[in-house]
Design a protein around this ligand. Sequence first.
Ligand code: ATP
Length: 211
Amino acid sequence: MLKIGLTGGIGSGKSTISEMFRRRGFDIIDADIVAREVLNKYPEIICEIKKNFGERFVDENDKLKRRELGNFIFSVQERRKKYEEIIMPFIIKEIFFIINELDKKGKQVCILDAATLIENNLHKYMDVNIVVWVDSSTQLQRIKNRDKLPHSEILNRINSQMPLQEKIKFADYTIDNSKSLENTEEELNITLKEIVRNFRGVKCLNKLGTN
Ligand code: ATP
């Protein structure tokens, strides 16, 4: 199965492009969804959260109070790092589990949409990596429109991530999402045609890549 990693910066358009892939019939693994699902699947995570951050972030049914914990860890780097240390191994394990399941079903291609694909070294397990590019002023404006956050908070969030310029270095393909959605669709079509050319053995790519 051909594994395609899809990543980029905050608000660069990963979800938008992931949706374009979905409409073309591709199977998508959304790392944000996996990050929520592992909380139900692996009770060990809740145990570790209680141990490290206290009981107050878990309700009487042992469900994580996501917003409270998010507020508590977001602005303090060490807390965020600790949380990632706890949850990331489970997210990675689950992603590989899903990839394996798709493979067993005979799927020919899957897309892994993950904001921290490169930071977590997952790109090394992908056959192709796509980075979604957006120029910084468009990125800022789109996040502002979407999240209604103050300018300084948006800058904080952008600056807490690996710079997009850095991510580009790991990309086999870059999709420029700075312009209209139609333009991005066209960029995606071009990228898919190139992937089809490079991976002729992958059956359903021919059909999917050209529509
Ligand atoms: P995050 O990492 O924060 O989840 P993301 O990389 O998934 O973000 P999106 O949510 O896809 O980014 O896009 C950010 C915002 O910009 C959304 O509100 C989306 O609708 C809008 N957007 C994305 N691409 C375009 C485009 N080409 N033209 C106009 N708006 C766009």
